[in-house]
Design a protein around this ligand. Structure first.
Ligand SMILES: NC(=O)c1ccc[n+]([C@@H]2O[C@H](COP(=O)([O-])OP(=O)(O)OC[C@H]3O[C@@H](n4cnc5c(N)ncnc54)[C@H](OP(=O)(O)O)[C@@H]3O)[C@@H](O)[C@H]2O)c1
Length: 281
């Protein structure tokens, strides 16, 4: 049976595992170095094998998912050694580390980068994939099958776009902050208890999203004008948002995230490529 080795079993790995488990043609092996964590993983994911390290040679049909933090990658891969992972397909979900650096760290050319988000756990993920044009069609199919079931897969033409995409994924956190501001207002100023406030706001936002057409930019402004009648209550609130230049605030947040992602990848790759001219053994 083909093996799917999950190297790094933190937040994202746990969000992705249910969809991987649904794809029964893989035997899933989780790797963690700590015995206590191994026992927890065994309880949480009884369908998976859990091992403390990769100490066998991965085969051509096997898939290695890199899910450690980018800063941990060099040390983690050094511990494995290139001879064990040179045949398998490698899918890196790590931000920042580009394919050139990944090749230096693994000596394996079969590398695909995917940038997923946590909403894969509810099959609403937004996943970006960068596929090196030299990669075999079968490898591309493996990645598409693994990630398209848990959300949408956006194919990127340039690898640099992955860092921009990573920063764009942060929009879900910005959205939660905006939502929290609204829920907190209901609680602090309008006498709602937290449960009712959250429940009501969840329904309002769900309804608002259901009215949007994902392929129509226009549906955004249409939705806004339908919700706000002239001289009405909503228009009054929109005026406050506009006076405070809400669009500019979101724009600054997104662009500062993009700048941070680009600087992060530059430093990380320079460090790996300078310090590592020879393969790991
Ligand atoms: N979270 C997201 O929404 C998201 C989105 C897109 C991409 N990513 C990428 O996904 C990766 C994981 O993110 P995350 O949020 O899941 O981070 P995380 O929760 O910190 O998970 C990383 C895991 O790797 C483990 N680890 C560290 N060194 C290891 C080693 N030598 N061998 C085996 N396991 C090791 C860590 O264990 P200990 O903590 O016990 O040391 C931890 O369980 C990152 O590269 C990130 O860039 C994350």
């Amino acid at each position: 049976m083909k093996k799917l080795i999950v190297f790094g079993t933190g937040h994202l790995a746990k969000a992705l595992l249910p969809t991987f488990l649904a794809q029964s043609y893989y035997q899933i092996i989780l790797i963690h170095y700590n015995e206590e964590v191994i026992q927890q993983l065994k309880q949480q994911f009884p369908e998976c094998e859990v091992k403390s390290k990769i100490d066998w040679e991965l085969q051509r049909d096997d898939v290695l998912l890199l899910l450690v933090k980018p800063q941990q990658a060099r040390k983690a891969l050094l511990n494995v050694g290139v001879s064990l992972i040179k045949k398998c397909l490698i899918i890196s979900l790590m931000a920042g580390i580009n394919t050139k650096s990944l090749f230096l760290l693994t000596q394996n050319q079969r590398i695909i980068r995917v940038m997923p988000n946590i909403a894969n756990s509810t099959n609403n993920g937004a996943n970006a994939v960068f596929i090196n044009p030299n990669l075999a069609k079968q490898d591309v199919e493996i990645v598409k099958t693994l990630f398209s079931k848990s959300g949408k897969l956006y194919e990127l033409l340039n690898e640099e776009e992955i860092d921009v995409f990573a920063a764009i994924l942060s929009c879900s956190a910005y959205f939660y902050i905006a939502l929290k501001g609204m829920v907190d207002t209901l609680i602090s100023h309008l006498g709602f208890d937290p449960l009712n406030a959250m429940n009501l706001m969840h329904q309002i936002i769900n309804g608002s999203i259901s009215l949007l057409e994902p392929d129509s930019y226009q549906s955004l402004s249409e939705g806004c004008s339908k919700a706000a009648s002239k001289g009405g209550i909503t228009e009054q609130g929109i005026k406050v948002l506009q006076e405070n230049d809400i669009s500019k605030i979101f724009s600054q947040a997104i662009l500062s995230g993009v700048a941070k992602a680009q600087a992060f990848q530059k430093d990380l790759n320079e460090e790996i490529q300078k310090g590592l001219n020879k393969p790991l053994t």
